[in-house]
Design a protein around this ligand. Structure first.
Ligand code: AMP
Length: 143
């Protein structure tokens, strides 16, 4: 059996294109999916992966992206619902070994983890950075 190697990046916005460009420069096999063809303009000239135009919420689009051979799927759109749905499909229907989704709503992180989906929450990360950047530190007794 051929080992799964491909990384699928869903959404080629600011986050998705940055990830795709960096992973491509590390020599990883990549497929980027976006429903808007113009989004691929954010990919660098050195990007060596594949581009798939389509709605990642559709199974046929994920199949065209080679999800059956994917080792990892990164769901990076700005829509929590889309990311959750695509990540869930990748995990439960296609058995993608590692699935990581961007989720803005911290209260939804628990839902994702129930499905074995890792999450990155920009809201929580930003709050942590703001608090650690505060010059005067937290008030006594406050965490
Ligand atoms: P940003 O707005 O910079 O976070 O970028 C999000 C990207 O995700 C945009 O390029 C959108 O076109 C793309 N996107 C949003 N929803 C979907 C979807 N269902 N399937 C594929 N791409 C999507």
């Amino acid at each position: 059996m051929v080992a799964r190697q491909t990384i699928i990046v869903v959404g080629c916005g600011r986050l998705g294109s940055m990830l795709a460009n960096r992973l491509s420069s590390r020599g990883r096999d990549l497929v980027v999916v976006d429903r808007d063809e113009a989004a691929f303009q954010s990919l660098s000239t050195a990007f060596s992966g594949f581009r798939i135009i389509g709605d990642a919420a559709e199974l046929a689009v994920l199949r065209r992206a080679g999800i059956e051979r994917a080792s990892c799927l990164l769901a990076t759109t700005r829509h929590d619902n889309v990311n959750l749905m695509v990540a869930q499909v990748a995990k439960t229907i296609f058995g993608v070994p590692q699935v990581i989704a961007r989720v803005f709503d911290p209260t939804r992180q628990a839902v994702y983890s129930q499905f074995g989906i890792e999450t990155i929450c920009p809201t929580t990360i930003s709050a942590d950075h703001f608090l650690s950047a505060l010059q005067d530190g937290p008030a006594e007794g406050v965490t």
